[in-house]
Design a protein around this ligand. Structure first.
Ligand code: ZN
Length: 436
């Protein structure tokens, strides 16, 4: 009885989140239903069973007992998509290093839950997770989809495939720890056959996309630099194996030779792209590959390294990427490379994902292009019915005060979040998760 009363009290304060199957009418002051086109004026979105059922001009009155959400003073747009996060990574690098030997996978799962909630409440209704423990991410993905945990839709990559000694290898740890971690790892490979096997191992624990380390990285505990780390044959084996399983492939790549080799191997996208010249721009376009710049990450990584939060080998690498990333990004934009939205949250703070928008505009994109990259273009890459508010699409909807097409930083404070028809934020306030 007490439980029933408790549940009843929760339902009473959650007027809009009780059942995804209820019809909801949303009155939008302005509506960017199709990013890339001009926004509509006063409009009504009708949501049924977690999907967009209809989009009408003007403010249509709710019918058949449908609920009404008043966003007449708001700018309404599709839920945002972040193509590069590490949902289970603690963004406090120093704390996670100090606690590393005490944390079990269950502790990591709890951290991941908090990160997922912060990401969703920041207006990001879908994320691509580009590296963590494959089972942990897949479990979190399923729990979000089943309505058991608050978070964005997660498209997981499993663990990043890497060569021994490479960016995703087991580096810089003591003997005991190295042995323990290496025994659990299925992502480290050497030679084409071994790398094909590492791809299959990620797919076997739920990876929907494959990521591999084509070059060194800032946040690995090796001084090996940011250059190419894999052979052409290893990259080709990874790409071909992933594609044969119907998975897209994205390559972590900083140095030019590694980016170029990954593009020639047929990757679908490049993460970071810190050293891009005109030849690389031409290769991107010839291969129709996209760039996920993660512009907030080099800034965050440099700050951590300078504070001494990171192991010593990372400082020089952080200085190098931070010095050249913005220029490379601007060169790619000017050259017409297809850009997708990604932050590398986990390096940068979870929930601050929208800070990437200002850096995209600084690199030469218009606010409209940056918003399209974070909605329709990323949705197209993921091949999912999101990123636009069209009938039949998932009802992933957000709203902001102000006009993000004029000032893109408006997206840094989202006032309304709906994912698959369930309201998680309204009037800037967190909504209690619906009891089931
Ligand atoms: Zn990353």
């Amino acid at each position: 009885m007490r439980t029933l009363l408790f549940l009843a009290s929760l339902i009473a304060i959650v007027p809009f989140a009780a059942r995804a199957s209820d019809a909801v009418y949303i009155h939008a002051g302005r509506l960017l239903d199709q990013p890339g086109k001009s926004p509509r004026g006063p409009s009504t979105l009708i949501v049924r069973e977690g999907k967009i059922a209809d989009v009408r001009d003007g403010f249509a009155l709710p019918e058949g007992g449908a609920r009404l959400i008043d966003l007449k003073e708001q700018f309404v747009l599709p839920g945002l998509i972040d193509m590069h996060v590490h949902i289970s990574s603690d963004d406090n690098l120093l704390r996670s290093r100090l606690e590393a030997s005490e944390r079990d996978i269950e502790d990591v799962f709890v951290i991941a839950q908090g990160n997922a909630r912060r990401t969703l409440e920041a207006g990001f209704t879908t994320v691509r997770d580009l590296g963590g423990d494959g089972r942990t991410t897949a479990t979190l993905r399923d729990a979000v989809n089943n309505g058991q945990i608050l978070g964005p839709t997660i498209v997981p990559a499993g663990t990043m495939v890497s060569v021994t000694g490479g960016h995703g290898g087991v580096n810089g740890l003591n003997r005991t720890y190295t042995r323990a971690v290496a025994a659990e790892r299925t992502n480290v490979c050497d030679g084409p056959d071994s790398c094909a096997s590492a791809v299959r191992a990620q797919i076997s624990v739920g990876a929907e996309v494959i990521k591999f380390a084509a070059t060194g990285g800032v946040r690995s505990n090796v001084a090996g630099g940011l250059g190419k780390q894999m052979t052409d044959a290893e990259m080709k084996a990874i790409v071909d194996t992933a594609h044969s399983f119907g998975r897209k492939v994205t390559a972590h790549a900083h140095g030019k030779e590694g980016i170029d080799a990954a593009l020639r191997a047929g990757v679908d996208s490049i993460e970071h792209g810190s050293f891009i010249d005109e030849e690389t721009v031409r290769l991107f376009k010839a291969e129709d590959a996209a760039l996920v710049p993660t512009a907030v990450a080099p800034i965050a990584a440099l700050a951590q390294a300078r504070r001494g939060d990171a192991p010593a080998p990372q400082l020089a690498k952080a200085e190098q990427t931070a010095a050249s990333h913005a220029q490379s990004f601007a060169r790619a934009v000017k050259g017409g490379v297809r850009i997708l939205f990604g932050t590398d949250s986990g390096v940068a703070p979870h929930g601050d994902n929208a800070k990437e928008f200002a850096l995209m505009v600084k690199a030469g994109m218009t606010p409209a292009q940056a918003i399209k990259a974070a909605t329709l273009d990323s949705a197209t890459e993921l091949e999912r019915p999101i990123g636009a508010l069209l009938p039949g699409h998932d009802a992933d909807i957000i709203a902001v005060s102000g006009d993000p097409l004029a000032d893109v930083t408006a997206l840094e404070s989202v006032s309304f979040v709906m994912r698959r028809g369930v309201v998680h934020k309204l009037g800037g306030e967190r909504q209690v998760f619906p009891p089931e």
